[in-house]
Design a protein around this ligand. Structure first.
Ligand code: NAD
Length: 285
């Protein structure tokens, strides 16, 4: 069996057409969906991610602002700006670009963002909502994976899913979202003994560990769906995921490439959450 390579760029493009249409419908009623990104200090990777978000917003008809604080800004300065943005009715989504400088509490900043503007889905309320299946904004990367599975008509209900990686932003919410869709989910992490005994049983494997070459063909059941969230730069500068792509694609039924798989979906779901925030704000008004 040779896997179908899932084209995340094409799926992202198709989803963004729908998002742009919804943004346009809002604009026709005098409401421009709007996202504010808070950046603290200088981090070259963050600068690239923020530029991508701003560009994607522009293409979808979403207004975006970047509020840039110097690296020595105080927590109070940032918190008071977040409170002002919470009160600003023209702002529908607020996100804090991570990582933050050491002296700033990530949790305090995230908990200050109004729940109905928390388009990254990292506020405790949103995280708790995931547990009971009523989140306001699903976190963008696992939401993007879910969209990919839906787009490819891959059944989730009743399937065995193994999620490799248990971080708060990818692995844990991914597992909760798939459990909500009635999959049987195993969550593995760096301390899991014999990772292969979990992956080999899975109909769907989602890998988000940040370890190149972690998942190789003998660990995968023939015909499994393999979703690679990992982003790793090898010493030679090559960008790869966590899965041995060439080996695993000979055995899987579907596989996402890196780049061009999950990556383009993450920003897409941020746009989706921002437009949804604007639609809800309009209904609530
Ligand atoms: P993280 O470092 O916060 O968490 C990694 C998780 O993987 C941890 O739970 C850890 O225990 C587990 N892990 C590490 N080594 C392992 C091993 N050998 N076996 C099993 N589990 C292991 O990372 P994160 O923020 O969740 O990101 C994971 C990867 O996904 C990174 O490569 C990151 O760059 C990428 N990522 C991609 C996107 C995207 O849009 N495509 C978005 C977010 C993160």
């Amino acid at each position: 069996m040779v896997a179908k390579i899932i084209d995340g760029v094409a799926i992202a493009k198709a989803v963004r057409v729908g998002i742009a249409a919804r943004a346009q419908a809002l604009a026709a009623r005098g409401i421009q969906p709007s996202l504010t990104v808070i950046v603290v200090g200088e981090n070259p990777a963050s600068a690239v991610y923020v530029r991508n978000k701003v560009r994607a917003c522009g293409e979808a008809g979403i207004h975006s602002d970047v509020v840039h604080f110097p690296g020595d800004a105080t927590e109070d300065q940032i918190l008071s700006r977040i409170r002002a943005l919470n009160a600003d009715q023209t702002v529908h989504g607020i996100l804090v670009q991570l990582p933050l400088p050491q002296h700033i509490s990530v949790r305090r900043l995230l908990e200050t963002i109004a729940v109905d503007k928390d388009v990254d889905g990292f506020h405790l309320y949103n995280v708790g909502g995931l547990v009971i299946g009523q989140t306001v904004f699903p976190p963008c990367t696992p939401y993007g994976v879910q969209k990919i599975l839906e787009h490819e008509n891959i059944e989730i209900e009743g399937k065995n899913v193994t999620v490799v990686g248990a971080s708060n932003i990818v692995g844990k919410p991914m597992a909760l979202m798939l459990m909500q869709r009635e999959a049987t989910v195993a969550i593995c992490h760096a301390k899991t003994r014999d990772l292969a005994q979990y992956t080999i049983l899975a109909d769907i494997v989602v890998v988000a560990a940040g370890k190149p070459g972690l998942i190789v063909a003998p660990m995968i059941r023939t015909g499994a769906v393999v979703i690679d969230v990992g982003i790793n730069f090898l010493p030679n500068g090559k960008l790869v995921g966590d899965v041995d792509f060439e080996g695993v694609r000979q055995k899987a039924s579907y596989i996402t490439p890196v780049p061009g798989g999950v990556g383009p979906m993450t920003v897409t779901m941020l746009l989706e959450n921002t437009v949804a925030a604007a639609e809800r704000a309009t209904k609530a008004a």
